[in-house]
Design a protein around this ligand. Sequence first.
Ligand code: TXA
Ligand code: MG
Length: 360
Amino acid sequence: MIVSAYVFADGVEFAPEAIGAAAQALRAGSLIGLPTETVYGLGADADNATAVAAIFEAKGRPADHPLIVHVAAFDGGMSGVAHYAGRVPSFAQQLMSAFWPGPLTLILPRREGVGAVAAGGQNTIGLRCPAHPVAQAVLAALRQPTADEPVVWGVAAPSANRFGRISPTTARHVADEFNDRPELLILDGGPCEVGIESTIIDCTRGAPVLLRPGAITSEQVAAACGRKLISPEELELLEAQGQVAPRASGTLESHYAPNATVRLMDAQALQQALDLLGNDVGKSAAPGKTIAIYSRVPLKSSACQIELRRMPSDAAVTAHELFSVLREFDALRVKLIWVETPPDDVAWDGVRDRLQRAAA
Ligand code: TXA
Ligand code: MG
């Protein structure tokens, strides 16, 4: 059930009943669909083990894949961090000051006895203070103690998609993913501004380690904390020495996968493939589109069964629309999605990462 989080009367305002209903559902141990600035999350009270277990069940996600816990922003996220995390290294503190609220998740040592199910049993916990005003309104409501209900410190929320599938960036996408659960309350906060999941930095190894690229680049992270990031190669060495890393499930090779087969190609290879195809696909007996192409260069094709779509030249604009575009291609039931390889520039790291996984 999609419920608008806003009222559109004289300007835009929160719908207090919608925010209240979402907070109430979370307090009662139910799941909700929650907008954030990155992607929509499937949320539950992070300290309610039964509710958190229901997230794993709904997503079909293995129970040892940890979830991100979202905390309220009114004190810069600090009280939420103090509730869930043990020792916070000073570079992590600097990253919170620089980027929270915002699309950055920090892996921190977990405080014993809290958030164990959300953390997938690990002794670390992923924390994020989201910037979306609707997410923050819900998180703030949960921190208000009521006469008979305790404070809720955080909302565990992975992306609101079935395990291994594309993350949702609209309320409609969430409803489509969980169409077998019409009772699920989905707060509609509009299309997600960022469009790809948060940057994840592991802060438990003495230096920042990039686990997942996102809108906040590794360069920005390094600059904000004055520390060099540990490279994946150095991380491998640490792992080989027995300091085994908690592996982010988002780092599984195949992930964010549409139904169609995704291939990355440079512009020249794309045009050559199109020229080779000529009109042939147009003569196929099956109606509808067969191949979708997403490229920055303008391409030409006379084949009517090819769907051509221009990729924006800006990385942030591409991130914003990427998952929607992949879902639209899927809705056309194309068999193949050919994508022009994103530029080799740090600003494109997040988009390139998601496309490489979709193609894996
Ligand atoms: O932008 C986002 O991060 C979105 C929105 C909803 O906040 N959430 C999201 O959650 O992408 P999810 O569960 O789809 O991805 C979370 C990633 C996973 O790859 C998980 O393994 C990793 O974060 N993660 C969470 N806690 C961790 C921990 N303690 N140690 C290592 N990785 C962790
Ligand atoms: Mg996910």
